[in-house]
Design a protein around this ligand. Sequence first.
Ligand SMILES: *Cc1c(COP(=O)(O)O)cnc(C)c1O
Length: 402
Amino acid sequence: MTASNDHLFGVYARAPIEVDRGQGVRLYDRHGRSWLDFVQGIATNGLGHAAPVLVDAVRKQSEKLWHVSNIFTIPEQGELAEKLCAASFADRVFFTNSGTEAVECALKLARKYHASRGNEERIDIIGFEGAFHGRTYAAVTAAGNETYLKGFGPRLPGFVHLSLDDHDAIRAAAEAPTAAAILVEPVQGEGGARALTDAELTLLRELCDANGLLLIFDEIQCGMGRSGKMWAYEYSGVIPDVMCVAKALGGGFPVGACLATEDAASGMTVGAHGSTFGGNPLAMAVGLAAFGEISSPELLDNVRKQAGYLKQQLEGLKQTWPDMIDEIRGRGLLIGIKLKPNNREIMTLARDNGLLIAGGSDNCVRLLPPLNVTEDECREAVGLLEKTFEAARAAAQQKEQA
Ligand SMILES: *Cc1c(COP(=O)(O)O)cnc(C)c1O
């Protein structure tokens, strides 16, 4: 039987792969064909497909307890929160089921923070071009990407969008009496694997400090080891007040979290926020298992090592294929290749050649292998990319002759 999408909302441009199972870095379809998966659910399966430690955690917990309301004490939740806080700047955690909910929580927290200090007028969230924060109303409004906003009626009030290059405008927005927080990805993901400079992050921190704003980092994609450190912010030494995490947090199981300092979270008192599913025992059991693996020095070492290898190989490819590659960017295993031919065409050709890669704005493709990827697997990916470029060059030449 062929799978049909006829009864699904047509909101995705789906690749015609009828997925069946995965193992590590490989994804298999119903017909037994396999791909080297450098998408991994968009940086979500941090340990690859069907990681035994996660399978084991789900199996064990699923026989014990799946779900209870947050009106009860869920020990695993406290345990994972404690670990996240010990491994970061944070003192308090709220668990969600997705990245966008973690962003919602952060935005609500920021406004409540000011309101609880008698400053209800402070509602403005300052965001930046190229940002992606998820698909709920507040998250799309915060990111300001026209494509995701068009046709959905009036924008929510209290959101400002600026270019990261326009320092005067950023300063003015931060000094406004209505300013509440700055929201930014230390490494933009969907925006094309763009790492902010230390100077940019430092400026944002200084403006927040000078004007009493909260600095919110969206590390949903670049956090949880993806950058080669547990959190991407560690590279700059710039510490946020609030941080959104999701994607690899559950290793493929839906888990998100909003982390905050005691002070930033001070407005989030009883009744201020909540979730039915967020932080359920099953999610927490997987989260704990994923955290244990990802936070190990060996795994973070591996991310930096493989990232270095890939970067070096890709710079080599850039020399050989100047008609294909414009720029290599990103941080750790959040690697962006800005292409010269159309990125969608290259993604399709790569897929035909057995390699799955993700798209990105600015005509980028992203390589998002599992964090435990091996050098052999990286070498294989580079080889498949070369095959892809060969095919693209041949197709371009054919077009020219026609
Ligand atoms: C994926 C992503 C989100 C949204 O996460 P969902 O789980 O899809 O809601 C938000 N911010 C960033 C940086 C992301 O990469």
